[in-house]
Design a protein around this ligand. Structure first.
Ligand SMILES: Cc1cc2nc3c(=O)[nH]c(=O)nc-3n(C[C@H](O)[C@H](O)[C@H](O)COP(=O)(O)OP(=O)(O)OC[C@H]3O[C@@H](n4cnc5c(N)ncnc54)[C@H](O)[C@@H]3O)c2cc1C
Length: 452
């Protein structure tokens, strides 16, 4: 069957679903194609269920903090309510009918299937062809990257998907990778009683973040009983039907489950972008500031390689929407990309790290304050670990990056994100009244600490 429409969207994750719905509501004939579930990784195996897990582990941690503040407590962790909530409230037991109906209700046409590009105006799904008059948008996301470790592929290892779907907490869990996904899930399962070991090849966990933040997080995780091994690589994996054995250097680590959290890999290779002569860079297509790869072909979301975040996918979708509708508007601006690792403490950051700013040749000044040393941190007493660090361009006297780590690090980040994005003069930030005793009041100390 041949169908002609205005726009074809390949992949209905947060980016594709939002864009396809918006364009359909604007009156275009839109075909949205999804191989798996409408909504993508975020609601079914990513952000939403993992943050439900984290909400639960933070409740346990707060309960365990009662003896230091308010009497006595006995906390019995039970995974059943978490698994139930993920099924009932987050994923509808991994059923996307509500999302499909919503898109159809917006006027879109939904197709379930695996799409590949035939040329810059045609997409194939099985025996069917979809031709686009105006645009094709590739929003096919990423998948878990599985490293080529001897024996690994033959074992029943977990990715984030099995970790989210589990109805039981493993007695012991080995995690390959100490990035955002690895550390978030390490803390979740440890707080629910699992003996957790993280193996990270880089010299520190959350290696893309400020070293000070990585150091604080390492200490917190270790204090909670998690073994953190950095600068080490797994070289072989075995599974004997009962447990995993992972060779790391000269030692063999064992665990009931093995979670592979060693990064994500672009799905661009599976969409057929090569057929259009597009050269991929580390798996990602080149996009212009309106997310266009070629005239009439766009890429948004994780597959565009500018940051694997739901907020990034939706931001790019809005830019792409304007371009397809022929509306004026700014192109993308990545000068203030925010990101949060939802451990306890939360690790939020925006813009450049100190190292990135130095590598960019800026005249760098930094300032920081430890959260326990702030009035609010001292009052809170337990669960108060963290740091606020700012990175300034001393020549322009504005912030180019910041880290906000603490009990509400992701929320405190909002002020810093605006400061970086709007290039608020440091003089203005110094001449402000910061509410006492909030954690964000610590920003004032960090700003003064720059000496600017
Ligand atoms: C464990 C975990 C936790 C996360 N937590 C957060 C968080 O807290 N905050 C945050 O901002 N981000 C988080 N993320 C990242 C977030 O999930 C992604 O950035 C987001 O889902 C990207 O959206 P997307 O639309 O680009 O792609 P995806 O969500 O990956 O969706 C792409 C869709 O395309 C479909 N598809 C692929 N190929 C084809 C094809 N050829 N034909 C048809 N369909 C196809 C896929 O089935 C998929 O449904 C997390 C990710 C993981 C794995």
């Amino acid at each position: 069957m041949d169908t002609t429409c205005d726009v074809v969207v390949i992949g209905m994750g947060p980016g594709g679903e939002y864009l396809a719905g918006q364009l359909a509501q604007a009156g275009l004939e839109v075909v949205g194609i999804e191989a798996n579930l409408v909504g993508g990784e975020c609601p079914y195996w990513g952000c939403v269920p993992t943050k439900m897990m984290i909400r639960a582990d933070k409740a346990l941690a707060e309960g365990r903090r009662i003896p230091e503040l308010a009497g006595s407590s006995e906390v019995h962790a039970d995974w059943a309510p978490v698994a139930r909530r993920i099924r009932d409230e987050a994923t509808d037991n991994w059923n996307d009918q509500v999302a499909v109906d919503r898109f159809v209700g917006q006027g879109g046409r939904f197709v379930r299937g695996h799409a590949t590009l035939r040329d810059a105006a045609t997409v194939i799904v099985g025996d069917d062809t979809y031709s686009a008059r105006r645009a094709i948008v590739v929003a096919a996301g990423e998948r878990a990257a599985i490293p080529p470790i001897a024996g690994l592929a033959q074992t029943p290892f977990w990715t984030n998907r099995e970790a989210v779907e589990t109805t039981e907490v493993p007695q012991s869990l080995l995690i390959l990778g100490g990035g955002a996904i690895g550390v978030e899930l390490a803390q979740v399962f440890a707080r629910f009683g699992s003996r957790v070991t993280i193996v990270e090849g880089a010299q520190r966990i959350v290696a893309a973040e400020e070293p000070e933040a990585a150091q604080i997080l390492t200490k917190v995780l270790q204090a909670e009983g998690i073994e953190v091994r950095t600068g080490e690589f797994a070289s072989a994996v075995r599974h004997d039907g009962q447990q995993f054995a992972v060779t790391v250097g000269g030692t063999e680590l064992t665990g009931q489950r093995l979670l592979v959290a060693t990064g994500r890999r672009s799905n661009a290779d599976e969409v057929g972008l090569a057929a259009l002569g597009v050269e991929l860079n580390h798996g990602y297509p080149p996009v212009d500031e309106h997310m266009q790869i070629l005239p009439g072909v766009y890429a948004i979301g994780d597959i565009a390689g500018k940051g694997a975040f739901t907020h990034m996918a939706m931001y790019q979708a809005a830019v792409c929407e304007r371009a397809i509708l022929g509306q004026d508007g700014p192109g993308v601006d990545y000068s203030a990309v925010s990101r949060v690792t939802f451990t306890d403490p939360e690790l939020g950051s925006v813009g450049m790290t100190e190292q990135q700013a130095r590598e960019a040749g800026l005249s760098v000044a930094t300032g920081s304050v430890s959260v326990p040393s702030t009035s609010r941190g001292w009052i809170d007493k337990v669960g108060n670990e963290g740091i606020i660090k700012v990175v300034a361009d001393a020549d322009r006297r504005v912030l180019v990056g910041a880290t906000s780590m603490g009990p509400t690090g992701g929320e405190v980040l909002s002020y810093l994100a605006l400061a970086v994005r709007a290039q608020v003069p440091i003089a203005t930030m110094k001449n402000m009244i910061y509410a006492y005793p909030t954690i964000w009041r610590g920003i004032e100390n960090a700003i003064h600490d720059t000496g600017l």
